[in-house]
Design a protein around this ligand. Structure first.
Ligand code: GLA
Length: 363
């Protein structure tokens, strides 16, 4: 058959349309959260060293440009005995991030949970004095921060020292019982001495609660006024698809912004259950764990709202980190109820992008 000029032009047009759309598909497939948000803030994820050797590693590199060790840098895992550090897991996360040009947030230098058994006791199992505890804190922070100096750009220095109880300011932890509030300022000073370039954060949860929020803001104001080297506030953001409302989140961020410090969303997840902050026994309704279409739609809407408000506050927010990678496994499968499946993240149990993902990048 003889091809006419019109037929040839039509064929050429068809070929070029197909190749354009393939290029577009590839571009969309290669584009990750970090690319959609490149004009806003880095998008991070909390990881275990195990994840870096699975399919999740590819997803991390495509989607994220910041990383946090979920557990590997906490006091218990990294400093199991007084004269013994365990670096392997933390080192592998740092090496992975460096290889892939991913920023690293350090988490966390001083916390009341996941502390090593030796920390608060002497050789005779008596509680240590304030002097000894502060000396141990100094040794720990100096050693850990020094090791990753110049590699970790920001540290959660102190985690969760504000009480959830209405009439209590500080959490009544072993740190507080032994040292009073002084350990908080000291932790920041030790970290700053070990790496003067690192950005130092105070990090806490349930920051959307107006009573707790006020206390966190007061604490940070007092630290600033005392000249303590604190450079930002970490808002954990362990939320649910039922809360916060848009208005509550907007006012939370507006109030924290009055501190004049950068804010980072450090541990974002959006549970499909109403939020509970304490562990509890299983109830019959906890067996209803299907991720129904209704749940998926409601969660996607919640994610859309939260990111819309984050974008609105991009002048204050300098990073948004998810707590875990995908619904395959997250800490919320075992909290607040053991073995209750949750679906809090943007990737499903097969690591595929959920509806919530598409809502988050659609702006
Ligand atoms: C807190 C801690 C995190 C993590 C979560 C639960 O938010 O800061 O390190 O332990 O609890 O996984």
């Amino acid at each position: 058959m003889k091809l006419t000029y019109v037929k040839v032009s039509f064929l050429l047009l068809l070929v070029s349309l197909i190749s354009c759309s393939e290029k577009r598909d590839n571009a969309t497939a290669n584009k990750g959260l970090k690319d959609y948000y490149k004009d806003h803030f880095p998008i991070g994820v909390a990881v275990s060293p195990r994840a870096l050797n699975t399919d999740e590693a590819g997803l991390i590199v495509t989607e994220f440009n910041s990383i946090t060790a979920e557990n590997a840098m906490k006091m218990g895992p990294i400093h199991p005995k007084e004269n013994e550090y365990f670096w392997e897991h933390a080192d592998s996360i740092v090496a992975f991030a460096e290889r892939n040009k991913i920023k690293i947030r350090g988490h966390t230098l001083c916390w009341h949970n996941q502390t090593p058994a030796w920390l608060f006791m002497d050789a005779d199992s008596n509680q240590v004095t304030k002097e000894i505890l502060l000396a141990r804190l100094k040794d720990h922070i100096t050693t850990v921060v020094n090791r990753y100096r110049g590699k970790i750009y920001a540290w959660d220095v102190v985690n969760e020292v504000i009480s959830d109880k209405k009439d209590e300011f500080y959490r009544d932890s072993p740190w507080y019982k032994i040292c009073g509030p002084e350990f908080i300022a000291k932790a920041f000073e030790y970290a700053h001495a070990a790496d003067p370039e690192a950005l130092l954060f105070y990090n806490d949860y349930n920051e959307i609660n107006p009573v707790k929020r006020k206390k966190i803001i007061q604490l940070v104001e007092e630290l600033k006024a005392a000249g303590v080297p604190i450079h930002g506030v970490g808002l954990q953001a362990h939320w649910s698809m039922y809360e916060p409302t848009r208005a509550r989140l907007d006012s939370t961020l507006t109030e924290f912004a009055t501190l004049g410090l950068p804010l980072q969303i450090t541990e974002l997840d959006v549970s499909v259950y109403p939020k509970e902050h304490g562990r509890r026994e299983r109830k019959p309704e906890d067996d209803l764990t299907d991720f129904t279409q209704e749940k998926e739609a409601k969660q996607a809407q919640a994610y859309a709202t939260y990111f819309e408000v984050f974008r609105k506050h991009k002048a204050s927010i300098t990073s948004v980190t998810f707590w875990n990678i995908s619904d395959q496994h997250s800490w919320l499968d075992h909290f607040p109820v053991r073995n209750r499946k949750d679906y809090p993240l943007l990737f499903d149990t097969n690591l595929k992008r959920k509806n919530a993902y598409h809502k988050v990048v659609d702006f």
